[in-house]
Design a protein around this ligand. Structure first.
Ligand SMILES: O=c1ccn([C@@H]2O[C@H](COP(=O)(O)O)[C@@H](O)[C@H]2O)c(=O)[nH]1
Length: 289
C-alpha cells in the first residue's frame, strides 16, 4: 500500500510536505530569463526546489491550479514536475480536489492515477457523497494509489458548512470523519493507517485530540502551516507522536528566499533551510505531546 511508503518516508525524513504551488511571480526574474520558455523556467525552478528539500521532505504536493492557470504550457510543466518527483523516488500528492458523480469520477481517476498526470495520491472532496469517492477506491485497492479526502479545511469559511451541527448533535465534519474512517478500515495495509487519508487544516484547534482519536486509522494531510498562520504547536495534536500525517507548507518554503538579502540568487538554498527548520520544529513539538 502507498501509505506504507509515505509512513516510512516520514520516519526517515520527517513530516514536511513541500508544496509546489509555483506561481510565475514566485520564480526569480533572473532565473526565469535563463530559459527559452516559461514552461522550462517553471520546471527548472521546481527541480531546484525538489533537489534542495528532498532530504527533509516526506513528499511533494503539487497544486494543479497554479499550472492550469497557465493553460497547456502549465499542464506540461505540471506533468514534468510529477515525472521529476517520480524519477527521484519521492512521493507525490496531486492537489486536485475533485468531487463529482461516479461516472465522471471514473474519468478523473483515470486522468490522475494513469497516463500523463499520474501521481501517488490525489485530494478529493467527499462533500458530494461517498458514491463520488467510490471510483477511486479500485486504484487504492489494486494499483498502489492513495487519496486524501477533505475533512476540515484550513480556511475561515470551513465554519460555514463543515461546522454545522447535525440532528445527531455532531458537526458535519465529525460525520464525514466517521465515513472516511469506515471506508479506510476496508483498505488497511500492513501499516497502522489506510491509504484513504483526510485533509485537516492546522489553523483550527477545536477538537484536535478528538479528531485524531476518532480517525485513528486515518493518515492526515495538514495544510495551513506558515503562510496561513499555523505553527508546529498547532500541528502536534494531529500527529500521533510524529507519524500520523504530513504537514504542507507551500509559500513558506517557495518564498523563504524573500526574507534574505539577495535571497533570489540562492532561492533553493533558503527553501532547503526552511524545510529543515520546519522539520526540526515539528519533530520537537511532537515530542512534547
Ligand atoms: O484546507 C485546505 C486544503 C488545501 N489547502 C492547499 O494547501 C496549500 C497551502 O498553501 P500555503 O501557501 O502553505 O498556504 C495550497 O495548495 C492550498 O490549496 C489549504 O490551504 N487548505
Amino acid at each position: 500500500m502507498i501509505i506504507d511508503r509515505l509512513y516510512q518516508s516520514v520516519k526517515e525524513k520527517g513530516p514536511v510536505c513541500v508544496g509546489l504551488d509555483t506561481a510565475v511571480e514566485y520564480v526569480p526574474g533572473e532565473f526565469l530569463k535563463k530559459y527559452n520558455s516559461l514552461e522550462d523556467g517553471i520546471v527548472n525552478f521546481n527541480k531546484r526546489i525538489i533537489d534542495a528539500t528532498i532530504e527533509n521532505a516526506a513528499c511533494f504536493k503539487v497544486q494543479i491550479a497554479y499550472y492550469e492557470a497557465l493553460g497547456l504550457l502549465g499542464l506540461r510543466a505540471y506533468k514534468r514536475t510529477l515525472e521529476y518527483i517520480k524519477e527521484n523516488k519521492a512521493i507525490s500528492i496531486a492537489d486536485i480536489k475533485r468531487g463529482d458523480i461516479a461516472k465522471t469520477a471514473q474519468m478523473y481517476a483515470k486522468a490522475h492515477f494513469e497516463g500523463d498526470f499520474e501521481s501517488d495520491f490525489i485530494t478529493l472532496s467527499p462533500y458530494m457523497g461517498m458514491d463520488s469517492v467510490e471510483p477511486y477506491l479500485e486504484y487504492v485497492d489494486k494499483k498502489e494509489k492513495g487519496v486524501f479526502l477533505l475533512l476540515r479545511t484550513s480556511n475561515e469559511g470551513a465554519k460555514d458548512i463543515q461546522y454545522i451541527t447535525t440532528k445527531s448533535d455532531r458537526k458535519v465534519y465529525n460525520v464525514v470523519g466517521e465515513k472516511i474512517q469506515n471506508i479506510g478500515e476496508k483498505y488497511l495495509g500492513n501499516c497502522q493507517y489506510s491509504s484513504i487519508g483526510a485533509v485537516v487544516g492546522c489553523t483550527h484547534g477545536e477538537e484536535a485530540e478528538k479528531i485524531r482519536t476518532d480517525l485513528n486509522k486515518t493518515f492526515f494531510l495538514i495544510p495551513g502551516y506558515g503562510a496561513q498562520g499555523g505553527g508546529a504547536k498547532d500541528v502536534a495534536a494531529y500527529m500521533n507522536k510524529g507519524n500520523g500525517g504530513v504537514v504542507n507548507s507551500s509559500r513558506g518554503i517557495l518564498l523563504a528566499y524573500k526574507k534574505k538579502e539577495n535571497g533570489q540568487k540562492d532561492f533553493d538554498r533558503w527553501a532547503g533551510e526552511e524545510t529543515l527548520n520546519m522539520r526540526k520544529a515539528l519533530e520537537e513539538a511532537c515530542k512534547n505531546i
